[in-house]
Structures are given as C-alpha cells and as structure tokens.
Design a protein around this ligand. Structure first.
Ligand code: 0A1
Ligand code: ZN
Length: 882
C-alpha cells in the first residue's frame, strides 16, 4: 500500500529550481522532452543532501550535469526517481532527456492525446510524467517551452505565458516558443498541440494591458465557444471590480478537450477544460450547463490570483486555493445571476455532496493532516466546505475588513507558496482579531450540529435564544478521535412577527445581524419583545452546520410567508417537506396519496406562495417547489436507511403536490410559455422561467402520468432549447411503456453525433428508479458511443447510476453494488483517478439497512482484495472499510 504523507512531516526542499527550459518534440508514441534545469541548493534545506527528482513511467534517454555526462555511480535511475548522490553545493545545470508515449497515456495525467490533440494535466503530480523534476508546489521556476510538432497534425502549439517565437522546423514540422515570466510550480505547467478551431476577443485590463483572450475547440464547434469567451471577459472585469485583481499576461488561452479527469485546470495563461464546461449552444446545452460553464470559466480564471500568483506550499494546503477560489466563483455567479437563488443552489450541493462525505468513512478536515493519494482529496470538503469557511470569515469580519484582508493576503504572499496560516494572518492583521479559534474549522472533520431553542417571557418582554453546538468525534487514519473543540460559528439572525414584518428587538451581542457562537452553549437575550416572535436563524446559511430548531409547523409557515431572508423562506419549505418525508419513510411509506394528510399544510402554503409570488421570481419558486433529494432524506434518517421507503415517501409527496397544486401549476406553465420564435437567452431570468415551467410539468406528471406524458411529448417535439427538451424527456423517462422507449430511441438517434448530449441521455436512463435500470445500464455500456476510456461517458452512465439513483444502486439483491464494483475494477488499470471517484459511491454503505449493508460490504471487500490495485482505488477502498 502507498505510504502515508503527513502534514507534520513537511520539510522544505533541499534544492530549488529557478529556471526550466523545455524542448518538447511531439510525436504520437515517442515524444522527446529535453529539460534544462537551473538548480541550486536551498538555503533552508539540508546541505549536501542527495537530489531526488520525481518521475513516473519515464524512460531516460540522456543526462548531463553542467554540460558533462554524469560519472559512473553518480546517479540512480528508475521510472519513478532520478537520484543524484552528490550534487554540487552551488548553482548547477542538469540537462535531462526523456521519452514518453502520449497515445498510451490512459490515466490522462502528464502528456496525453484527446481526440488526436496533445494536451497535458499536471496537477497534482503529473509533471513527473513528462520529465524528472522536484514535483512539489513549493519549488517555483520560470519556464520557457519550445514545442515542436507536425504542421498538419498540430497547427496550433500553445504553452504557458506569452508567445515569443515561432517558425519552421524542417519540411513537415514547425515550432513555437512560449515564455512565462511568472515563477510557478510544475503543477501549473501546460502545453497543447493540435488541430483546433478558435474564437478570440480583446480585453484591456485596469492596468492598461491589452490582453488577447482565445478559446480553442474542436474545429467546427467554434460557434459553441462564444458563451465561454464572454464568460472569460466578464470574469476578468469582475475580479478587477470586486478584488482589484488584474490579469498579468498578454494572452489568456482556454482549450477544450473531450477526455479530462476533472472539470478544468488553471494552468498559467493556458487553462485546459473538459469540453463539457466550454461548449454551449441552445440546442445542445441546458441552462444548468450554461451556468456551470460560466462558473467554471470564472473559477479557473480566478485561480490566476488565488492559486497561481499565490500558490500552495504543499498539498495539505489545497483548500487555500480551492476553497478560496470556489468562494470567489460563487460570489461571481451571485453577482451575475440571482444571489438568493444561487445561494440555495450552493447549499443544495453542499448538503447533497459534502454533508454525506463528512458523515461517512471518507470524512476528513478541510485541511487534511495525512494522505496516501492526494488525487483523492479533490473533494467537496476541500472545495465546498473550504468556501464556506472563507464566507464565514467575511461574515465575522464584515465586507470591508474582509476585502482589506484579501488585499493584504494577495500582496504579502504574491509570488510565494503559502499556507492556511499565512491566509489567516492577513485577516488577523487587518482586523486586529485573534483567529486561532476560528482556525479549528480547518482542522476538525464532521458537520457540526447546532440545536436552537427559543423562549419568550411576556412579563420581562424578553426573548431568549439558546444555542448548543456539538461536533461528531471522528477518527481518521492520521489521528485518533480527539474530543472536538467548540467552533466559532457566525449566526446571522433576526426575529419575524408571526403575521409578518420584522420585530424591532435589540440584543447587545448582535452586530449587523450577526451573533457569534463560540462556546459549546450560549444564550442570547433580546429585549423589548412584547409578543412571541418567530426566530429566523442562520439566514443565508451563515455556517455549514445542521440546525436542529424545534419550530412548530405554524412558525415554519410564518417564515415561508414572511421572512425577509429568501434563503430561510426556502429553508422553511424544505423543513416542512423534510418532516413529512422523514416521518413517512420511517413508517415504511406505503405508496399513494392515501398515505396521510401531513402534507396538507405544506400544499396550502405553497398554493398561497405561488399565487402571490411565482411570476415575480420563477427561479426561486421552482426551488421552493423542489423537494429535498433522496440522499438528503437519507442523511436526516441517519441509520438503517431503506432507500425504497425514501423514494416512496418522496413520490407520494410529489403526487400530493401535483394533485393539490395541479391547476395552478398548469396555469403557471402557460403564463410562462415563451412566445414562438422568441430569441434564446441563457440569462438567469430566462432560465428561471424555464425552470419553473419544468418543475410544474414534473409535478403535474407525478400526479397524472397520462396527462403528464402527453404534455411532455408535446414539449419534446416543440422545444426550442435543450433545457426544455431534456426536462420533457426526464418526465417521459419516469413512465414505463412504449412511449418512453420510443422517445428515448428518437433522442438517442437525433444526437448520435453529439457525445455531450448523449451523456445527458445516458444519465437520464441511468437514473430511472426501476428494477430494469441495471440491465439498461449494462446494455448502454455496449452502446457504440460509450467508452470506459472517456471520463465523461463513465460519469454520465455509471456514476449517475451509482451516485444519483439510490433505489437501484442500493438494490436489495446487491446487484447495483456489484455493477459499480465491476466497473471500478475494469477501469482501475486504465484510469485510476476516475475509478477511485466512482468507488466513493459506497460512502453511505454503513447507513443502509442490514441486508444491503452486508452486500455493499462484500462488494467493497472484493474490490479491496483485488491484487494490483492502483494507490487511488486501494486508498478509497481501505478508508471506506476502516
Ligand atoms: N485545480 C483544478 C482541479 C483539478 C485537479 C486535478 C486535476 O487532475 C486531473 C485536474 C483538475 C480546479 O480546481 O479546477
Ligand atoms: Zn480550483
């Protein structure tokens, strides 16, 4: 098993590399790389230590030290390391020639080919698959890269930084030289060579720099790159406006490739993207795709400061760049779209992905203390919970001090490889506050629970709110379960009058609407409260906690109707629905609206809400109508979970909503219909109208499948956008029968040459909550468009089944687990990163009822016991079973 790396063992590198000159001669199977490295001993390192350069699957062709061949016994070389036993104790130059095979690189790390395009992925440790190197983020160098390739096969040659030279290299070949003046760690290195189409625009920075922005895509798809191009320009303008950060090179290139392990990568000046997050047209991309493209373009661009100019000292600090950059992209999307609607979307993702992670066997602190395989730590915890920590910091310090802290962080850490401590120090200095206790958020795993109780004293005219926080005790491989210490939790709150309006109460310890809970238990007293108010706590989801707040149904209805905080209005509806769902699921949930009247109060309140507000803010209304997901209900139940009972409970409530609200929903659908021929806009308002129409269709169809399917088929035929077409197909996919099969077949045929659209088609079918789905998925794995070699295909078909179809993944006979395990093992030899991520679907195995639990465990054990596993899969399997 891979050995463990601990934060506590961090030591500076014994050697540094100041300059890297690369000469890369691209060839499909025999690419040659000559690296000229200017090295020197690190004053902070151990004098005289051997120099050990990392490698991975490399073939060494030649090596010279200061221009001379190395003597016998001076170096040791394996595919994984090159060791120079007695390096000079002065600056010296190593010239290393290696050979790699990009066509055989199925791991998609290092230099590989995607649809014939040469591209690279170096984070976290891919550069060592290109040349021997000190592949760690605190070794930062200035790179000059000469890329040479076949003129026909690779007319476009791109590198980091600015283009400094290009020319011919013989009858069939040409070259380009790129120079990046900003010192960077190797994980930010990139190159691209291929036949690509291009769209471009210019942007003048606030510092007066004229920047050329270009987006490169598969030839013929240029028309689908305009939205991404525009998103780059908007991101640049926003980062100047909001954080005072300007771009710092003359070109900014984005390249879309179809084989990519993750979403995208922030390589300096040359972002490489999964094409799913670049290509968009109304006919092929949904509104959700447009929103994701905008957010991910922004995310990668924002890394230019939070990640590149200031990078991470070591991989334990991953949240330093990722949590901060997610926070920045969330703020961008909130400003560009609707803030409350975006906040709700953020919280839904956090609850659906991060909370379960934090409650399962893979739980880890936002800054882990140890890892075996760093690629398994690009998690919802590091990214999304990491972003929540930054947001809490802003809430605690206030926006102005926060902004000054950010400025100080960027200026003091510019050009360095920093730590979480450096980040917090900037805010401590600006605010004069001690943030040592706040820092516990980075160190303690698990989702805190805050129990809230309120009491009104009419005689004293006071209202008191008592908060009790508790954190689960979590043991990890790195550390035994220590007793968790209280966290600093910002509670944004207010009091609402039961019949509407704010309550003008005072509480000394509430500043700007924020109460800071920093002990295990605390009571806050409001004075001058004549009548009992309804407390609205954790407005805007001010901390990533589970709130236990014993409000009555009437109090929740009052919040839904009257709270000035949109998030808590939505939350009130969610809590009301959750109570019904949990109660019904716990009771075994027989199917059918006859299951009980518990939902009646909810539907009546929703009716009032829809009548008053749906047309004013359709996007928000659609979210209010969307019930908590199956996984979220499972989390609320916590143990001995029966996914079928949860599905039945949810289905029953959907039927009830569809029945009770049916005529209103149909009315809204008509009122929001787009006039024929209206021009398409992906903006938030248009997308919001589509989302409410489609939420309405979904509920109407739940209550009356026959009518629903007729409406959906009509929509499928008439739809002008992929959003409407896919929403209709989703409705059709839930009703077994010939109409469904015919509609699915027609869609599959219509888009057979559009892999990204087929991904939606794969995903939709993989999520059908029926016993036949397993065979359907197996069948689709034989579809000509499916390939285990392409991560998007695997994710859309197999990960959708394993992560987003709880009843079928958790089939009582264990066949869902077996399928996932089988694919993990089949994939592991090709692409361990994607295999390991798929295996995380087993994260909730301990929560399910006994029969399923035993079957899940045996599938996991089968994976864990397979000889020759990758470090990636063996790490996830081992921690899942621990
Ligand atoms: N830094 C990227 C995420 C990323 C991480 C690892 C990768 O290797 C396959 C690729 C991308 C981001 O946050 O967008
Ligand atoms: Zn990132």
């Amino acid at each position: 098993m891979q050995s463990i790396v601990r934060l506590a063992d961090y030591r500076p590198s014994d050697y540094l590399i100041d300059r890297v000159d690369l000469d890369v001669r691209l060839h499909p199977t025999e690419t040659r790389v000559t690296a000229t490295l200017a090295l020197r001993p690190n004053p902070g390192g151990e004098p005289g230590a051997p120099l050990r350069l990392d490698g991975d699957e490399l073939t060494l062709l030649a090596i010279a030290l200061d221009g001379q061949p190395t003597g016998p016994g001076a170096i040791d070389v394996t595919p994984r390391a090159l060791t120079l036993h007695q390096p000079p104790q002065r600056p010296f130059v190593l010239e290393i020639e290696t050979q790699v095979n990009p066509s055989a690189n199925t791991k998609l790390m290092g230099l590989y080919r995607s649809n014939g395009v040469y591209c690279t992925q170096c984070e976290a440790d891919g550069f060592r698959r290109i040349t021997y190197f000190l592949d760690r983020p605190d070794v930062m160098a200035v790179y000059t890269t000469r890329i040479e390739g076949n003129r026909e096969a690779a007319p476009v040659l791109l590198g980091n930084g600015n283009l400094v030279e290009r020319g011919e290299a013989g009858p069939e070949r040409h070259y380009a030289v790129w120079h990046d003046p900003h010192p960077k760690p190797a994980y930010l290195f990139a190159l691209v060579g291929g036949r690509l189409g291009r769209v471009a625009a210019r942007f003048t920075t606030m510092e007066g720099r004229d920047v050329e922005i270009a987006v490169y895509v598969e030839p013929g798809k240029e028309g689908r790159a305009d939205f991404a191009l525009d998103a780059v320009a908007r991101s640049m303008a926003w980062d100047e406006r909001t954080f005072g950060r300007a771009y710092d090179l003359d070109v900014f290139n984005v390249v879309a490739v179809s084989d990519f392990n993750m979403g995208a990568m922030e390589n300096k000046g040359l972002n490489i993207f999964n094409d799913k997050y670049v290509l968009a047209s109304p006919d092929t991309a949904t509104d959700a795709d447009y929103a994701n493209i905008e957010a991910i373009i922004a995310h990668e661009y924002f890394h230019n400061w939070s990640g590149n100019r200031v990078t991470c000292r070591d991989w334990f600090q991953l949240c330093l760049k990722e949590g901060l950059t997610v926070f920045r992209d969330q703020e961008f999307s909130s400003d560009e779209r609707s803030r409350p609607v975006h906040r709700i979307a953020e919280v839904r993702t956090l609850r659906a992905r991060q909370f379960p992670e934090d409650a399962g066997p893979l739980a880890h602190p936002v800054r882990p203390q140890a890892y075996r395989e760093i690629n398994n730590f690009y998690t919802a915890t590091v990214y999304e919970k990491g972003a929540e920590i930054v947001r809490m910091l802003r809430t605690l310090l206030g926006p102005e001090t926060f902004r000054r802290g950010m400025d100080r962080y960027f200026s003091t850490c510019d050009g360095t490889a920093a730590t979480v401590e450096d980040f917090l120090a900037a805010f401590a200095a600006e605010s004069g506050r001690d943030l040592a206790t706040f820092a516990r958020w980075y160190a303690q795993a698990g989702t805190p629970t805050v129990a809230v109780t309120g009491a009104h004293d009419p005689a004293a005219r006071t209202y008191s709110l008592t908060f009790r926080q508790s954190l689960p005790r979590i043991a990890t491989e790195a550390s035994a379960a220590a007793a968790p210490e209280p966290l600093v939790i910002p509670v944004v709150l207010g009091l609402v009058a039961p019949a509407g309006g704010a309550v003008a109460a005072r509480a000394e310890r509430v500043r700007d609407g924020v109460f800071v809970l920093d002990r295990a238990e605390d009571t806050l007293v409001f004075t001058e409260v004549a009548t009992a108010p309804v407390p609205s706590v954790f407005r805007g989801f001010s901390a990533p906690v589970k709130v236990e707040h014993a409000l009555t149904r009437d109090e929740r209805l009052a919040l839904l109707a009257h709270d000035s905080d949109a998030f808590n209005r939505w939350q009130a509806a969610q809590s009301l629905a959750m109570e019904v769902l949990v109660a019904r699921a716990r009771a075994g949930a027989p199917l059918g609206p006859e299951a009980g009247p518990e939902g009646a109060g909810l539907t009546a309140a929703l009716a009032t809400f829809l009548d008053a507000e749906a047309l004013a803010d359709p996007a928000f209304a659609a979210l209010v109508l969307t019930l908590p997901g199956e996984q979220e209900v499972a989390q609320a139940i916590g143990a001995e979970v029966d996914p079928d009972a949860i599905w039945r409970a949810r289905q029953t409530l959907r039927v009830q909503l569809g029945r009770d609200l049916g005529s209103r929903l149909l009315g809204l659908r008509d009122a929001l219909a787009e006039p024929p021929g209206a021009p398409f806009s992906p903006d938030a308002a248009s997308a919001g109208r589509r989302s409410l129409r489609n939420a309405a269709l979904d509920l109407v169809a739940a209550a009356d499948p026959e009518a629903g399917i007729a409406l959906a088929i009509a929509q499928l035929d008439a739809a002008a956008t992929m959003t409407d077409r896919l929403a209709a197909l989703a409705v059709v996919s839930l009703v077994p029968g010939e109409a469904r099969e015919a509609a699915l077949a027609r869609f599959g045929e219509a888009y057979r040459h559009e892999p990204l659209v087929l991904d939606k088609w794969f995903a939709l079918q993989a999520m059908i909550p029926e016993a036949g789905t397993l065979e359907r998925v197996r069948g689709l794995m034989r579809h000509p468009a499916f390939s285990l070699g392409n991560p998007n295909r695997v994710r859309s078909l197999v990960a959708s089944f394993s992560l987003n179809n709880p009843t079928q993944f958790h089939r009582p006979d264990g066949a869902g687990y077996d399928l996932a395990a089988e694919v993990v093992l089949a994939l592991d030899g090709k692409n361990p990163q994607v295999a390991a991520r798929l295996l995380t679907a087993f994260n909730t195995w301990r929560m399910v009822e006994d029969g399923r639990r035993r079957r899940a465990e045996s599938a996991l054990r089968r994976v864990a016991g397979t000889p020759g596993l990758s470090p990636d899969v063996s790490d996830i399997a081992g921690r899942s079973l621990a």
